[in-house]
Design a protein. Structure first.
Length: 234
């Protein structure tokens, strides 16, 4: 299996809590958040990981040189911000496999990657999203899923919800799927939401641990969860 990690985020909302580093390098329980993503992918059998870099990419590149891992890590650098879609499209140019996992560098979702890949292929989807059931939230939009077919049928804007499925920040996409898109675009708005009625987008529901460290309170929670191994629970 092969993965792209979007690792160019600025971490603006965490600026009061972390030094001036890319968000994926925010220290969590003694290691950069990126460390846990790479460790998990290595344990799951991934062979090649592409890091999509931008802001202060030198910090990440220097860190990679010092870590021990069986992963083959490639990097590709945005010379200017391309949006999530543009960053993925650029990284896909050096991907080697026909189906590639995409990860947000500030989000962790524990899931069975092989099972997600199987669903993706069986449903003949152009893309598959890792989903997580959440309760009493207003920070995320809701993904509407036909659970009989595992096909995504719509997206709802952020609002308070008693319960619902959210986008967990892990995707699986066919390598050539974004070839016709411009250099700059949003994967979420300009692709997922725009094609949901015309293409097959599947949803894989994960029962695993989920966290998005993009806000201070969840960043603080991550210190405990990653320190005691809670994050590894599926």
């Amino acid at each position: 299996m092969e993965a792209i990690i979007l690792a160019g985020g600025l971490g603006t909302r965490l600026r009061s809590m972390i030094s001036d580093v890319p968000k994926c390098m925010a220290p969590v329980a003694g290691e950069p958040f990126l460390y846990y993503l790479l460790k998990t992918l290595e344990a799951a059998g991934f062979k090649h990981v592409i890091l999509s870099l931008g802001y202060k990419h030198e910090i990440i590149e220097d860190w990679i040189k010092k870590i021990q891992t069986s992963l083959q890590i490639s990097t590709i650098i945005e010379q200017e911000p391309l949006g999530t879609g543009g960053a993925v499209k650029l990284a896909l140019t050096i991907a080697r496999q026909s189906e590639v996992f995409i990860f947000n560098g500030d989000t962790f979702l524990g899931l069975d990657y092989a099972a997600m890949l199987t669903l993706h292929k069986q449903s003949a989807a152009q893309a598959t999203l890792g989903l997580k059931e959440m309760y009493d939230f207003d920070r995320y939009g809701v993904v509407e899923l036909d659970k009989r077919t595992n096909q995504i049928v719509g997206f709802k804007e952020k609002r308070h919800c008693v319960s619902g499925l959210i986008n967990g920040g892990v995707y699986l996409i066919s390598k050539k799927e974004l070839d016709s898109y411009p250099a700059k675009f949003s994967l979420e708005k300009d692709y997922f939401e725009a094609v949901v009625q015309t293409k097959i987008l599947s949803g894989y529901i994960s029962q695993g641990y989920f966290i998005d460290i993009g806000i201070p309170e969840d960043y603080l929670r991550a210190q405990d969860d990653f320190g005691n191994g809670t994050y590894a629970c599926l």
